[in-house]
Design a binder for this molecule. Structure first.
Ligand code: HEC
Ligand code: HEC
Length: 293
């Protein structure tokens, strides 16, 4: 009886006896079992630590991979189908089986176009979590490829402005024009430095420093929430690119420094090497540890 309590407090739980093969509670086998259990417990503990560490690193890598995936070139019929599947899992409850929208849940997406989908999904605003609340930028749920697939599907049904492609930033010569156009068209809401500003009715125009070129272009094409749509008549493609060049320049000069993960390309490769390397190292360490016991 005493022994039993001892056993339990030591381990914190009653271990699975069958794991050791012992079944008789005789004094001798008990001591042996106890020490074997100790070894098993240590190894199980080490394995758990290894798995926890690997899982954590995997999650970390997934987070980086999600934000730095290479952009796809063109979309195919398979992309449309893949997008349809993603849509049915993540969007249909609010936007309806035929993009018609659902009253009180979400608006129709017919005519929204790939640009709106790209903007909403790549900035993590969609899929929306709650109802009615302002959808702020958050970590994207889908990677670049999946986002393009969702855009391809929604565009294939309802048309609308396409996902912008190619080089979307004007060169240095366009900075002057970009600045002037920014002050006329964007600064009233986003502030003269692009840091964002409150709008009426408790809404805000967010800061622009988190957005990449493609998201900025897509925002202008789709006009999310109370932002106006800047069609190609309102701002020609080269004017849009000039504005993007200007925003990225003031962003860079206002950057407080530190690691700007989302703007470095090779970082994802480095992380793969790092994850694989550290993981391997841990396996070796644990193996040596197990051998020496
Ligand atoms: C919980 C409900 C909900 C879910 C799930 C959801 N949405 Fe939305 N969606 C909304 C609401 C509400 C709005 C309008 C408010 C806004 O723009 O913030 C919206 C707006 C949009 C817009 C902008 C429409 C326009 O005309 O500019 C797009 C594009 C969009 N959603 C795409 C998606 C996609 C793609 C998914 C799936 C990955 C998705 N949504 C999942 C509720 C939802
Ligand atoms: C009438 C006010 C208004 C004007 C003018 C306006 N915007 Fe916006 N903008 C908004 C609002 C509101 C949002 C937030 C939309 C949302 O969260 O769905 C936004 C969002 C954005 C975003 C997304 C930022 C992010 O990363 O979350 C970008 C980029 C952007 N605007 C660029 C521009 C550019 C470039 C111009 C000028 C060509 C411009 N906006 C003009 C109101 C405005």
């Amino acid at each position: 009886m005493n022994d039993d309590i001892d056993d339990e407090t030591e381990l914190g739980f009653e271990p699975a006896v069958s794991a050791t093969g012992a079944s008789e509670d005789t004094g001798a086998s008990r001591t042996r079992r106890r020490s074997r259990r100790g070894g098993l417990r240590r190894r199980l503990g080490a394995t758990a630590v290894l798995f926890a560490a690997l899982a954590a690193m995997g999650a970390g890598y997934a987070a980086f991979a999600g934000t730095s995936g290479a952009s796809s070139t063109g979309t195919s019929q398979e992309d449309v189908q893949a997008g349809h599947q993603l849509y049915q899992v993540s969007c249909i409850t609010c936007h309806g089986a035929n993009l018609e929208g659902i009253r009180g849940q979400g608006p129709t997406l017919i005519g929204a176009g790939g640009a709106a989908v790209y903007f909403q999904v790549s900035t993590g605003r969609m899929p929306a979590v709650g109802q009615g609340a302002y959808e702020a930028r958050k970590p994207a749920k889908f990677n670049e490829k999946q986002t393009e697939q969702l855009a391809a599907y929604i565009e294939s049904i309802g048309g609308g402005p396409q996902v912008p492609t190619g080089k979307l930033r004007g060169d240095d010569k366009s900075l002057g024009d970009g600045g002037a156009l920014f002050r006329i068209n964007c600064a009233s809401c986003h502030g003269t430095t692009g840091r964002g500003a409150p709008l009426s009715a408790g809404k805000i125009a967010p800061g622009l420093y988190d957005a990449n070129d493609k998201q900025m272009y897509a925002a202008m094409l789709s006009g999310p929430e109370s932002m106006p749509v800047f069609s190609n008549n309102a701002l020609t493609p080269s004017e849009k690119k000039a504005i993007i060049a200007y925003i990225q320049t003031i962003k860079a000069s206002n950057d407080p420094g530190g690691a700007g993960i989302d703007r470095i390309g090779p970082v994802s490769e480095a992380i793969v090497i790092w994850v694989a390397g550290i993981g391997l190292l841990m396996v070796v360490i644990l193996w040596i540890g197990a051998r020496s016991q």
